[in-house]
Design a protein around this ligand. Structure first.
Ligand code: AP5
Length: 214
């Protein structure tokens, strides 16, 4: 099963992709997580990506496409994967289709998690991320057992730099301009499913199971 997750920043792509990866035992590939890991490791890619991420802008296509195409060629992707945060522009989607076509392959589904902008700002200000393992929580909707500490590794939780309200507004603008057109792109290919992302996390997951026929 080869699935792309679409949705505004904070729509719940990462939350659902993680559950899907566990349920179907396929890799969850998040370009945001890959960039954050590179920033933490102090790589050249991380330094370049940070310049854009801190401003709420997209990292240029040329820094993203090869990285994902290489990742999809790894052995653990042979039975499928969940792409979270990629593609994010029409050129990225076309590059992905071209790379898959080369090996006689194609995506099975694009799932759009639909959440209005007004819900997003509230969600992002309440999201907390683990400095160590990157796990994410929400102070109200998905709290940790011990306040401020990651359930998985007990490290400290922080508000991501790009989750500050001004940056979130910028990211939403970038989303509407550059990423939202992908909804029509995948609808045109007949593989799009829209899911209401305003309901509880478990209900959203149940809707995803339904559209994937599982
Ligand atoms: P990335 O990390 O991909 O950020 P994003 O797409 O903006 O998505 P988020 O991770 O912010 O949100 P999400 O939809 O995963 O929501 P989550 O599940 O955490 O990218 C960061 C940056 O990297 C980009 O801005 C860009 O600069 C760069 N980048 C990455 N990929 C790129 C690419 N392909 N090209 C160019 N640049 C790229 O949920 C949010 C919160 O809500 C959480 O606290 C969660 O607990 C809570 N929540 C989730 N579901 C629900 C629910 N149903 N009800 C209540 N609360 C919920």
């Amino acid at each position: 099963m080869k699935v792309v997750m679409l949705g505004a920043p904070g729509a719940g792509k990462g939350t659902q992709a993680k559950k899907m990866a566990e349920r179907w035992q396929i890799p969850h590939i998040s370009t945001g997580d890959i960039f954050r890991a590179n920033i933490k490791a102090g790589t050249e890619l991380g330094a370049k990506a940070k310049e854009y991420m801190d401003q709420g802008l997209l990292v240029p296509d040329e820094l993203v496409v090869d990285l994902v195409v290489d990742r999809l060629q790894q052995e653990d992707c042979k039975d499928g994967y969940i792409l979270d945060g990629f593609p994010r522009t029409i050129p990225q989607a076309e590059a992905l289709d071209a790379a898959l076509e080369k090996v006689n392959d194609k995506l099975d589904k694009a799932i759009n998690i639909d959440v209005p902008d007004e819900n997003i700002i509230n969600r992002m200000s309440g999201r907390r991320a683990c400095v160590q393992c990157g796990a994410t929580y929400h102070i109200t909707y998905n709290p940790t057992k011990v306040e401020g500490k990651c359930d998985a590794c007990n490290a400290d939780l922080i508000l991501r730099d790009d989750d500050k309200p001004e940056t979130v507004k910028k990211r939403l603008g970038v989303y509407h301009e550059q990423t939202q057109p992908l909804i029509d792109y995948y609808a045109g290919k007949g593989i799009l499913s829209n899911i209401d992302g305003t309901i509880g996390m478990d209900e959203v997951f149940h809707s995803i199971e339904k559209v994937l026929g599982a």
